[in-house]
Design a protein around this ligand. Structure first.
Ligand code: FAS
Ligand code: PHB
Length: 390
């Protein structure tokens, strides 16, 4: 098999790039380890920056997002028994975010790929990258016991944090930066009416909590938990009781509880691999960087990688201009690190750190006090939350 661009990973990063390239007539193949159903079964991100939404529309995949997604002009931050609103829209001169689950977005991308006859190969095993630094790199993989080879001009590693592409870069050619947080997020999905029309990020002495949603009949809630905890330690009853404890009383009183239809614990880490290019292989999305979900930057950081790669590939194939490809890593990392900084800052601001001292806790108090006493501080939060320019 031959193609121009071999993409490893059929998550949002790989699918979005595949769709954008195909629309420009740039041939590509996506190799995905899991089945489509398995990928769609993952409950992950919920908030899209306006830049991501724009890219989905450019990929002709934005119709359902615009119809079913909810435009949010603000978020709340709750602490000391009260909640305060951050007016994202007025602070950023009219920008907002769209609340639309990653599951639905990925479904739209899969449907679009199918409609265009895109080549997405599921159930691949043992994907290997060959001759990455040559002008004719290739991918090999097995499927149903058959060995296959794809000759390509470029390889995109969009295979997530545990993928094979980053690990195919020689250790002396890559530098990894990491911070692991001493707690996780226990997330619950429930078919209940969300407690708030806009997201509530809550700081409480017992730990962080988040009230989010997927629609007006599907709520998504999180509480910070110890890394020692397992999902089995958290009955629905215990979860709802803890969430209520961490919310302002007036919000807790309105909370509609119900059976969890999904319950999982995600660890929190900050991670960046540099550079995001090795030879003719480019890393994109979680394959290159991970953020704690506090700032809703995970999926959104992938968007700018895809935007830069898409334009660089079009310039290469249509204009013979390789500036975009040559500058990709530097340009992508500049925005990735701003997303890292914001996610780290939101995490430090709102979580209870097990070893935190009285001084740390008073600093958090002061950070929140300063945030809501300064339009400049609120504007900084808002412009990062709606998404910095690509
Ligand atoms: P993904 O990991 O989504 O996709 C990579 C794909 O590559 C997967 O489908 C995988 O099966 C495939 N793959 C891996 N190895 C392979 C191999 N060797 N061969 C072939 N295929 C291979 N972000 C937010 O903004 N908000 C959130 O609340 C949030 N919650 C999250 C919760 C969890 C548990 C996780 C893990 C992530 C969360 N994220 C969140 C971040 C998440 O949304 C990612 O940013 C997003 O999935 C990134 O998309 P991809 O880069 O496509 O990586
Ligand atoms: C979610 O809805 O899953 C969500 C929203 C915002 C975040 C993290 C997760 O910061």
């Amino acid at each position: 098999m031959k193609t121009k661009v071999g993409i490893i990973g059929g998550g949002p990063s790989g699918l979005l790039l595949s769709q954008l390239l195909d629309l420009q007539g740039i041939d590509n193949v996506v190799l995905e380890r899991r089945s489509r159903e398995y990928v769609l079964g993952r409950i992950r991100a919920g908030v899209l920056e306006h830049g991501f939404a724009k890219l989905m529309r450019e990929a002709k995949c934005g119709e359902r997002m615009d119809k079913e997604g909810e435009i949010h002009d603000g978020i709340y931050i709750a602490y000391d028994g009260d909640k305060k609103r951050v007016d994202l829209n007025s602070l950023t001169g009219g920008n907002s975010v769209i609340v639309y689950g990653q599951t639905e977005l990925t479904r739209d991308l899969y449907d679009a790929r199918e409609k265009m006859g895109g080549k997405v190969i599921h159930g691949v095993e043992n994907v290997q990258l060959h001759d990455i630094t040559s002008d004719n790199p290739s991918l090999t993989f097995e499927k149903e016991g058959q060995s296959e080879k794809i000759e390509c001009e470029y390889i995109i590693g969009a295979d997530g944090f545990h993928g094979v592409s980053r690990k195919s870069i020689p250790r002396d050619k890559i530098k990894e930066y990491e911070r692991v947080y001493p707690f996780g997020w226990l997330g619950v999905l429930s078919r209940t009416k969300p407690v708030s029309k806009e997201l509530i990020y809550a700081r409480h002495e017992r730990g962080f909590a988040l009230c989010s949603l997927r629609s007006q009949v599907l709520s998504r809630y999180y509480v910070q938990v110890s890394l020692e905890d397992s999902v089995d330690d958290w009955s629905d009853e215990r979860f709802w009781k803890e969430l209520k404890t961490r919310l302002p009383e007036d919000v807790a009183a309105e909370l509609i509880t119900g059976d969890s239809i999904e319950k999982s614990i995600a660890p929190l880490r900050s991670f960046v691999a540099e550079p995001m290019r090795y030879g003719n292989m480019f890393l994109a999305g979680d394959a290159a960087h991970i953020v704690p979900p506090t700032g809703a930057r995970g999926l959104n950081s992938a968007a700018s990688d895809i935007y830069y790669l898409y334009h660089a590939m079009v310039d290469h194939y249509k204009k013979g201009d390789d500036t975009g490809l040559d500058n990709y890593s530097k340009k992508a990392l500049a925005r990735v690190w701003k997303g890292q900084r914001f996610s780290w800052w939101m995490t430090m601001l709102l979580h209870r750190f097990p070893q935190s001292s009285g001084f740390d806790n008073r600093l958090q108090d002061t950070d929140l006090d300063y945030l809501f006493s300064s339009e400049a501080a609120l504007t900084s939060l808002a412009e990062n939350y709606v998404g910095l320019p690509f």
